[in-house]
Ligand binder design. Structure first.
Ligand code: HEC
Length: 116
């Protein structure tokens, strides 16, 4: 974590506006999106399926995502969104990721990464 904080500190004020967000800001936005944002009509929030702790629901085949690393999560979410990954039952993850921007996916992946 120390390395990442250093990276973000060194980014402050430099580069495009998106990169100047602090990690805390990204974490807070990720938390809000994960727990409160309904991304798709008729489907619950991320927390509604994966749980507030990200542990999922084994009986319902909803995976535990709390152990994944940020880059992995980000790639999976983008692959669901683009339709590249389509092994999700009833395209559930496609529907929930469809409305997400790249920034929202980035914030979410930081938040989920911190769950473990
Ligand atoms: C309606 C229930 C539901 C909702 C809502 C939902 N998910 Fe999922 N999610 C699933 C299921 C089911 C899978 C397993 C899909 C598969 O096997 O490919 C999954 C898979 C994933 C994976 C990939 C895990 C892996 O093993 O590679 C990630 C990451 C993920 N979800 C994150 C999220 C995030 C972030 C949100 C909110 C934007 C969200 N999910 C909302 C049901 C849900």
């Amino acid at each position: 974590m120390a390395e990442l904080s250093l990276y973000f500190e060194s980014q402050n004020g430099a580069g495009p506006p998106d990169n100047s967000d602090t990690e805390d800001e990204e974490y807070e936005r990720g938390e809000l999106t994960y727990n409160e944002r309904i991304t798709s009509k008729g489907l619950p929030t991320c927390a509604g399926c994966h749980g507030i702790d990200g542990k999922g629901i084994q009986e319902a085949e909803i995976p535990n995502i709390s152990n994944f690393r940020r880059p992995y999560i980000e790639i999976q979410l983008k692959n669901f969104r683009s339709g590249k990954r389509r092994n999700d039952p009833n395209q559930l993850m496609k529907h929930v990721t469809e409305g997400l921007t790249d920034d929202e996916i980035s914030d979410l992946s930081l938040y989920i990464n911190e769950m473990q």
